[in-house]
Design a protein around this ligand. Structure first.
Ligand SMILES: O=C(O)C(=O)C[C@H](O)[C@@H](O)CO
Length: 258
């Protein structure tokens, strides 16, 4: 029996639109609600949310029970973190702040077992192999791992052509917020210069045959990104949805009783 099929990997490889939601509330309970909401994928954020390995595992477990897919973002692209996330059962990873082809190649090695890479062999005791319930896990795991790298500054954009030549990379995701900051427009991912660069990068990624992705809350810009070739687009963030609903509910209750 092989490693479980990764439907997200295959969908974005074919350019099929997958829309997703960023999960920053860092809690399996919230992930369970989100997993039933209808998004194609959910980003479990270890970079900017208060997640640790155990909270990520809890979210992977509940997301796996629903018809959606978890993409996990570690704080940084370190091989030891990637090893733990893969063993915990994450099949799709989004690695932040990638700035060179060498860095991208090291990440490909981190998700591959020797002799092709450096992933440690410990799946026998891991959730990824269904605790040894998947006999062919070691020989088939790599086929179903989706490796996405995040390019989000001028250095990364300058290296984009080289990054796109790296074999074993499924896609490149453009981070508009960090890119805006690096371009001198901190807090303004909607600045025209940022948007132009995002659209140009997405088009270049798609033209190179890799899957292009982005996070933007602006519906008009989401459509522009799709037109430029993006196949996985995060359209919402749980923290903002919850915060907005709480504020609206309290304001309406206050109005009702005043
Ligand atoms: O640069 C970006 O955009 C991202 O990397 C996504 C952010 O981290 C996301 O959390 C929204 O601020």
């Amino acid at each position: 029996m092989p490693a479980p099929r990764n439907p997200f990997k295959h969908a974005i490889a074919e350019g099929q639109l997958q829309f997703g939601c960023w999960l920053g509330l860092a809690d399996p309970y919230v992930a369970e609600i989100s997993a039933g909401a209808g998004f194609d994928w959910l980003l479990v954020d270890g970079e900017h949310a208060p997640n640790d390995l155990r909270s990520i595992v809890g979210q992977l477990q509940v997301i796996a029970t629903r018809d959606t897919h978890a993409v996990v973002r570690p704080p940084i692209g370190e091989a030891w973190m990637i090893k733990q996330l893969l063993d915990a059962g994450a099949q799709s990873l989004l690695i932040p702040m990638v700035e060179s082809a060498d860095q991208a190649r090291a990440l490909v090695e981190a998700v591959s077992y020797p002799p092709h890479g450096v992933r440690g062999v410990g799946a026998a005791l891991a959730r990824a192999s269904d605790f040894s319930g998947i006999p062919d896990y070691l020989t088939t795991a790599r086929d179903e791992i989706c490796l996405l790298v995040q390019v989000e500054n001028r250095k990364g954009l300058a290296a984009l052509d080289d990054i796109l030549e790296v074999d074993g990379l499924d896609g490149v995701f453009i981070g508009p917020s960090d890119l805006a900051a690096d371009l001198g427009h901190i807090g303004q991912p909607e600045a025209p210069e940022v948007r132009r660069k995002v659209i140009d990068a997405l088009a270049k990624i798609a033209a190179a045959g890799k899957a292009a992705g982005v996070l933007t809350l602006d519906p008009g810009f989401q459509r522009d990104c799709r037109a430029a070739g993006a196949s996985y687009i995060a359209t919402d963030i749980d923290v903002l949805l919850f915060a907005r609903s709480m504020h609206d509910a309290a304001a309406e209750a206050r109005k009702r009783f005043s």
